[in-house]
Design a binder for this molecule. Structure first.
Ligand code: ADP
Ligand code: ZN
Length: 216
């Protein structure tokens, strides 16, 4: 069991938040709250929110703070979040962080640690544009760095692999810009609160070992 288990994963797109979330969940009974996954599900189901979000996501822009904060607040109120949670891709602005702080205070379930995955831009762009996701189970692969055993097929479930529409080079570049402009200020915000842990390691097994040591 981890002692610190209420976590935020911050990092630019392609920094490995989703991959490390998957490894953590396989070992620890935590809730995984990915605003990107929740939004993609809304888009797939063609809900009114999904229709609105699709346009912004396609352009690499952020969905309004109140919208994502509302989704996260509802999810955090569910009982499984008492075992610990990973917020993956939320908050992404200081305003979202303030909304989160209010929600957690109300739930009396405070944050333990904010993990910042710091990766250089060249690596990020190389990873994003070669990224593949399983249509069925969501597993993440990378044509260059973490290929599936059979090309285009998920190792875990046999599902078809596809590239997210926002992983094109053009959209990936604007998502990086959005990260530096809107999300990067969160690093100082959480540093000041004494919650920040910066990870510069890129090997996923070593990242896991480091997290288990730091959060124990
Ligand atoms: P990545 O971290 O790889 O960019 P995500 O799956 O976290 O991807 O997010 C994909 C898109 O969903 C973002 O580019 C943005 O449009 C939207 N999104 C996800 N999380 C948030 C958030 N917390 N605030 C605003 N928009 C978000
Ligand atoms: Zn799969």
């Amino acid at each position: 069991m981890l002692k610190q288990k209420n976590l935020i994963f911050v990092g630019a797109p392609g920094a490995g938040k989703g991959t490390i979330s998957g490894l953590m969940l396989a070992k620890y009974p935590m809730a995984h709250i990915s605003t990107g996954d929740i939004l993609r599900d809304e888009v797939k189901r063609e809900t009114p929110l999904g229709r609105e979000a699709a346009v912004l996501m396609k352009a690499g822009k952020l969905v309004p703070d109140e919208v994502v904060a509302g989704m996260v607040r509802a999810r955090l109120a569910q009982p499984d979040c008492r075992n610990g949670f990973i917020l993956d891709g939320f908050p992404r602005t200081v305003n979202q962080a303030d909304l989160l702080a209010a929600a957690l205070k109300e739930l009396n379930n405070p944050l333990d640690r904010v993990i910042y995955f710091k990766v250089d831009d060249e690596t990020l762009l190389a990873r994003l544009t070669a990224r593949q996701n399983c249509r069925k189970c969501g597993e993440i692969y990378n044509k260059l760095f973490m290929p599936s055993k059979v090309e285009g097929i998920c190792d875990k479930c046999g599902g078809e692999l596809f590239q997210r529409p926002d992983d094109s080079l053009e959209t990936a570049k604007s998502r990086l810009e959005v990260f530096y402009r809107q999300t990067r200020p969160l690093i100082d915000y959480y540093e000041k609160q004494g919650l920040l842990l910066t990870v510069t390691e890129t090997d996923k097994e070593r990242i896991m070992a480091l997290l288990e040591r730091e959060l124990a």
